[in-house]
Design a protein around this ligand. Structure first.
Ligand SMILES: [Zn+2]
Length: 353
């Protein structure tokens, strides 16, 4: 599916874009003059209408002189002939100071690295990012555009995966300790190592009651990384599933964690909120289910087997063996139970989060 993205760029890029826009205007006005000349001397020319190809031939090399991308020059030529035909005119208006800045670019010449767009070796940072913009995403032919207030935007088509989820798909989610999210479909998603490491560092610092300044610094650093990761994960899940059931994360579970309660609370609250609004945006919903017993009951037979994880010692057990002989991943098993509990409570009216 192709979507057109429009993002406002930081104002610091205005001078370079203004410069390119002036050069674009020069090319446009040159095309206009050439077209005028062709029309006025049509008895000497084979054609009174200059095609885009003819204009490109006339402007070849202009890119070097004007410090523009060769395809920007060609883009101007193409747009000139398109506009002239659309407006059914012999030639068009001169582009000058009053014209809003415009710098076209061609497919594949702008890249995106997750933070900024790069065009001709120059990075252009947007003011906001969009979930659908993944690093390395394919960017088609588009343009930089200026609005009446002089602010610059990038307009470009991007190829995004189609959200063709079945409306009845549902998933249970175990928001595990230590940044592991387990899904009832068997998927386990672990947070990137980097921020898990800093989170552990933070937990240690907090326990050691180190200086607030140092803690704040690490806090800010990992908060960004964590949020970024959470946005990606929740967006993907919300796109895939119509109904999301999350556990209510019991206080006893938090007590067993090696992290400070505040760290966990913030993380879980953030995740739940993201699941909630992202699923609504995708036409789905998120509900909360009572997590009690979900980590100890087997999801296949619904029994409490003898080898079940129990108490603080139980947290070290990654697998749970059912009486029927099934060996289940502890977190995925919990996610399946959360889904089941969620679907049961749905009948009675579950709490939407
Ligand atoms: Zn079983």
């Amino acid at each position: 599916m192709q979507l057109t993205v429009k993002l406002r760029l930081l104002d610091k890029h205005a001078s370079e874009l203004n410069r390119q826009a002036r050069a674009v205007n020069a090319v446009w006005n040159y095309c206009n003059d050439a077209q005028k000349h062709a029309f006025n001397t049509r008895w000497a020319w084979r054609d009174k209408w200059l095609s885009a190809v003819a204009l490109m031939r006339l402007t070849a090399g202009a890119g070097n002189e004007l410090d523009l991308h060769a395809h920007t020059v060609q883009g101007v030529c193409k747009q000139y002939t398109i506009s002239r035909k659309q407006q059914k005119k012999r030639w068009l208006r001169f582009r000058g100071r009053k014209s809003l800045g415009w710098v076209p670019f061609n497919t594949g010449h702008v890249s995106f690295d997750g933070k900024a767009f790069t065009f001709r070796g120059i990075r252009y940072e947007p003011m906001h990012l969009r979930d659908l913009l993944k690093p390395g995403i394919k960017i088609g032919a588009g343009s930089f555009n200026q609005d009446a207030r002089g602010r610059w935007y990038i307009n470009c088509p991007v190829e995004v995966e189609t959200a063709d989820r079945a409306p009845n798909t549902r998933v249970g989610i175990d928001l595990g300790l230590e940044s592991v999210i387990a899904l009832s479909d068997g998927t386990k998603i672990a947070a990137p190592r980097l921020f898990r490491a800093s989170e552990a560092k933070l937990a240690n610092l907090q326990r050691a009651r180190k200086t607030p300044k140092r803690i704040r610094r690490i806090h800010a650093k990992i908060a960004n990384r964590r949020k970024d990761w959470q946005h990606k994960v929740t967006a993907k899940i919300a796109k895939e599933y119509g109904l999301i059931v999350v556990g209510d994360v019991s206080p006893s579970k938090i007590a067993k964690s090696r992290f400070a309660k505040s760290v966990l609370d913030a993380g879980w609250a953030g995740l739940k909120g993201m699941f909630s609004y992202k699923s609504i945006r995708n036409g789905g919903g998120t509900i909360e289910a009572n997590e009690a017993w979900t980590s100890q009951t087997t999801s296949c037979c619904g029994v409490l087997p003898n080898g079940r994880p129990r108490g603080i010692r139980g947290l070290g057990i990654r697998e749970i063996v059912c009486d029927c002989g099934n060996v289940l991943d502890r977190d995925v098993n919990a996610a399946r139970n959360i889904l089941r509990v969620g679907l049961d409570t749905l009948v009675e009216g579950a709490r939407h989060v």
